[in-house]
Design a protein around this ligand. Structure first.
Ligand code: BTN
Length: 273
């Protein structure tokens, strides 16, 4: 499959007003997030997109490395400047995770979901992740950099064990698929949901509907503690409400979650009609 990602192919297909209108595309870079943070601090406009074919120091959540062979994935970071308080930054991550699930579904017809807080799943296996980094001053966000890695045409057997259970769009489809189409759909969906956020509407409920986590038995690891119980709900700030086995309701703002229980019915059929 011809799958050229370049400034000109992206520009030719882009339907957005400002998301992805300024692009830096690297054959190789340490981390698109590192570069996007640098650009954001230097005043780059909202919507600036940094893309790479391969990263030499790709970063995941909780200080983990992010691996992706050259050309196999969508590796991107987007600069946003929402008029929000730092404590509301999770809304921007929600917008982007939600947009990613929708873009995967429209371009591949594979059913996708979100594992709290921001893993992208297909049939309970990780197909991508979101890493948000922010800058703030005087109680306001200055910038939010949303880094996204999506395994598109990736042979999952090349990934280190620690990333299991992982999958890719090509592994699920049984054939390769276009990174360009996925990127264009993703940028369009991000702008759509981000516009609503800018008008004051939180993406929380739409994001919540896409969680594969709720109602299931989970294990959550936070710095220094491990909790087991049922993921009962998420609150407006995106925190997980975990009903522990002792019956207490714990509010967990950030952590690493492992799904223990069965896949709910709505996620059981991996293909959409
Ligand atoms: C996670 O699930 O841990 C989040 C992974 C985020 C990876 C992406 S790849 C593009 C961007 N640049 C990085 O260094 N990290 C993010």
């Amino acid at each position: 499959m011809k799958d050229a990602l370049s400034r000109s192919t992206i520009m030719a297909g882009l339907t957005t007003r400002y998301i992805g209108r300024a692009i830096e595309h690297y054959a190789e870079i340490d981390s698109t997030n590192t570069r996007a943070v640098e650009l954001a601090r230097a005043g780059a406009p909202e919507g600036t997109l940094v893309l790479a074919e391969v990263q030499t120091a790709g970063r995941g959540r909780l200080g983990r490395p992010w691996h992706a062979p050259a050309g196999s994935s969508l590796l991107m970071s987007l600069i946003l400047r929402p008029a929000l308080a730092p404590g509301q930054a999770q809304r921007v991550t929600m917008v982007c995770s939600l947009a990613a699930v929708e873009a995967i579904e429209t371009t591949t017809r594979l059913r996708a979901a979100i594992k709290w807080p921001n893993d992208l799943l297909i049939h309970d296996k990780k197909v991508g992740g979101v890493l948000t980094e922010l800058g703030a001053g005087s109680g306001r966000l200055d910038y939010v950099v949303v880094g996204m890695g999506i395994n598109v045409n990736l042979d999952v057997s090349t990934l280190p064990e620690l990333m299991a259970p992982a999958t890719s769009l090509s592994a699920e489809l049984g054939q390769s698929t276009s990174r360009l189409s996925l990127l264009l759909a993703l940028l369009e969906r991000i702008e759509y949901h981000y516009e609503w956020l800018r008008r004051g509407r939180s993406p929380h409920e739409a994001w919540r509907q896409r969680l594969a986590t709720l109602g299931r038995r989970v294990q959550v690891t936070t710095p220094g503690e491990v909790w087991e119980g049922v993921a009962e709900d998420v609150d407006a700030d995106g925190a997980l409400l975990l009903r522990t086995d002792a019956g207490e309701l714990r509010r967990i703002l950030a952590g690493d979650l492992t799904l223990r229980g069965h896949l709910p019915d709505q996620h059981r059929h991996p293909r959409l009609p």
